[in-house]
Design a protein around this ligand. Structure first.
Ligand SMILES: NC(=O)c1ccc[n+]([C@@H]2O[C@H](COP(=O)([O-])OP(=O)(O)OC[C@H]3O[C@@H](n4cnc5c(N)ncnc54)[C@H](O)[C@@H]3O)[C@@H](O)[C@H]2O)c1
Length: 352
């Protein structure tokens, strides 16, 4: 298969690119990413060494960009990770969330129809369901009502519904996965786990919203990627699949695990986020029983591995923190041109 991965220079998309390159040497992976502040060329450094991999700097919300990518590459399937993904940013400036997360998905779906791409998978989030009370248990199923709390979550819910409508209206083979909070390599330090690691390494306290009792359901990005791969190949058209590892932790418990992996650390309570969701929990029974997927990485093991990765990649973290990553060659490369970086030449692009 030739798979178009949009948003592949980001955290989970980058992990998915490597999942495909390692697990499916028969596939070709085309990555299209706008390289917003959240995209990093270094995340894909190893991928550029593979003849299976091609990169386009392209915007999913620009029809012209997508027509060039789809027209040249004629993918067999699209997996859409491209999104504005940070809740705090959506509270401050929602409009870019609607542009990328909703209109961008409409452009991708339109391109699928125009270029006869038979398969579209939308990466969504458990945040579309809103939150649960802190006490009382329970978890969201695929049939739970959509009650997003933030502009980010609302934009993702809109995209899910739009994508599913293309199945009913146009017969496109569409699936949606709604995953819980991910952790792992390549995540930017604006998100809690890498932020905690970066601040602790710098000898600074980690800011914690409110009381720190808010609960999130955590999953290793590698487990999420395995689930997406399975849904892409075996998922039922028109289906939504929840993906989670049944690892609910309060923010304080999470930080305790991170500090244990780092050998120490301290917190600082800060004013709560507007509309802050109390608790998330997803029930992954459907993907487990229908597709045989299971999360394999335990929370303790995953956090240890993640902390070890950041400790071994202090340069990567520093380049993100001081903004050096924004000077990468790929950002200066013209948009909409397929790029393969010549191995060993420090980021020089070669037009193929
Ligand atoms: N991080 C999580 O815990 C989590 C959990 C569940 C679902 N998700 C979903 O997974 C997907 C990926 O999340 P992430 O955490 O990897 O995000 P991220 O912010 O790390 O990466 C997003 C990527 O999309 C790219 N992008 C943004 N706007 C674009 C545009 N208009 N055109 C092309 N590329 C664009 C960015 O450059 C970046 O490379 C998102 O759709 C998000 O909603 C994330």
């Amino acid at each position: 298969m030739k798979i178009l991965v949009t948003g592949g220079a980001g955290f989970i998309g980058g992990n998915f690119v490597y999942h495909l390159l390692r697990g499916h040497p028969e596939d070709v992976v085309v990555c299209a990413d706008k390289l917003t502040y959240a995209g990093d060329q270094d995340t894909l450094a190893e991928a550029f060494r593979s003849p299976q991999f091609v990169f386009y700097r392209a915007d999913i919300a620009k029809k012209r960009d997508m027509e060039i990518v789809f027209g040249r590459e004629r993918p067999d399937a699209v997996v859409n990770f491209a999104a504005e993904s940070h809740v705090d940013r959506s509270v401050r400036s929602p409009s870019v969330f609607l542009r990328t997360n909703v209109l961008g998905v409409q452009v991708l779906l339109g391109a699928c129809l125009k270029y006869n791409v038979p398969r579209f998978h939308q990466i969504s989030t458990d945040e579309v369901y809103g939150d649960l009370p802190l006490e009382g248990g329970g978890a969201f199923s695929e049939n739970s009502p959509l009650r997003p709390s933030s502009p980010y979550a609302a934009s993702k819910a809109a995209a899910d519904l739009l994508a599913l409508s293309y199945r009913r209206t146009y017969g496109l083979n569409v699936t949606v996965s709604r995953c819980s909070n991910n952790y792992g390599r390549f995540q930017f330090p604006e998100k809690l786990i890498p932020l905690a690691i970066a601040r602790t390494l710098a000898g600074k306290p980690v800011p914690v919203y409110g009381t720190g009792k808010n609960v999130r359901d955590w999953i290793a990005a590698e487990d999420h990627c395995a689930a997406i791969d399975l849904i892409l190949r075996k998922g039922k058209s028109g289906s939504v699949y929840n993906v989670g590892a049944r690892a609910e932790k309060s923010n304080l418990e999470l930080l305790e695990a991170v500090f244990a992996a780092l050998g120490g650390g301290k917190i600082e309570f800060v004013k709560d986020r507007a509309g802050h969701d109390l608790r998330y929990a997803v029930d992954p029974s459907k993907i487990e029983s229908e597709l045989g997927w299971r999360a394999k990485i335990t929370f303790a093991e995953g956090i240890r591995k993640t902390a070890a990765w950041y400790l071994s990649k202090r340069n990567w973290l520093e380049n993100i923190e001081n903004g050096t990553y924004k000077e990468s060659a790929l950002r200066r490369f013209p948009a909409n041109v397929p790029v393969r970086l010549v191995p060993g030449q420090g980021g020089q692009g070669e037009v193929t």
